[in-house]
Design a protein around this ligand. Structure first.
Ligand code: DX5
Ligand code: ZN
Length: 214
């Protein structure tokens, strides 16, 4: 069963409650947190996540694009995240382990994220302890970019590692996922698809969510 995680980066931030209701037939709400340092853009943070938590029971998938996320993961858990993902490039391996452990200690799911230039092997130190691995299919920082089909061999390589070593782990892709690219991602082995512009620009959002399930 393929899960769809619409990214609210493409929602109207002045009408977030309304725009989250529009995606209630999806599986996760994908929340992109950017600090202007790890990525060249600034989005939303802890107070906004707290407000979102108050208006929805949906599963909140929080993608941290911030430097040294270990400093903040507990606060994101307390603010209402169900899953917190951290980039392997954003800190040392030791601190990434600490971040994952801190998320688990809060009773939440933890995941790691790989930027396009980061190889599949980067998941190995964390593979047995995470609930989700996210492979970026654009350079993180902005919605509406072109899908990088050349990431598919990496998705397939990580799918193989997951099946061998941690079959319960989910495999998510993020960036440029749309009706013309979703099947490629599913065939490569992804089971959770993030989509921002493809969902929020659709005239019929529930129909688009069905379409993205492949
Ligand atoms: C990019 C974000 C994505 C983004 C996806 O840095 O992590 O989640 O919102 O947007 P689309 O689907 O428009 O590429
Ligand atoms: Zn994201």
């Amino acid at each position: 069963m393929i899960k769809i995680a619409p990214s609210i980066l493409s929602a109207d931030f002045a009408n977030l409650e309304r725009d989250i209701k529009k995606i209630e037939t999806a599986d996760y709400v994908h929340v992109d947190v950017m600090d202007g340092v790890f990525v060249p853009n600034i989005s939303i943070g802890i107070p906004v996540l707290q407000s979102i938590r108050k208006v929805t029971d949906m599963f909140l998938d929080v993608h941290l694009m911030i430097t040294e996320p270990v400093r903040y993961v507990e606060q994101f858990c307390d603010a209402g995240a169900d899953l917190v993902t951290v980039h392997v490039e954003s800190d040392t391996e030791e601190n990434t382990h600490k971040a994952i452990d801190a998320i688990h200690a809060k009773g939440k799911k933890a995941g790691i994220v790989l930027k396009p230039k980061t190889p599949a092997e980067a998941v190995l130190p964390f593979l047995d302890k995470v609930e989700l691995i996210l492979v970026m299919t654009v350079e993180p920082g902005f919605g509406g970019q072109k899908f990088m089909a050349d990431m598919m061999p990496k998705v397939t390589a990580i799918r193989k590692l997951i099946d061998e070593k941690n079959p319960a782990c989910e495999l998510e892709v993020d960036g440029g996922v749309a009706p013309d690219t979703c099947k490629t991602c599913i065939d490569a082995g992804a089971n959770v698809l993030v989509a921002g512009s493809a969902v929020y620009k659709a005239a019929d959002i529930p129909a688009r969510i069905v379409e993205l399930r492949g």
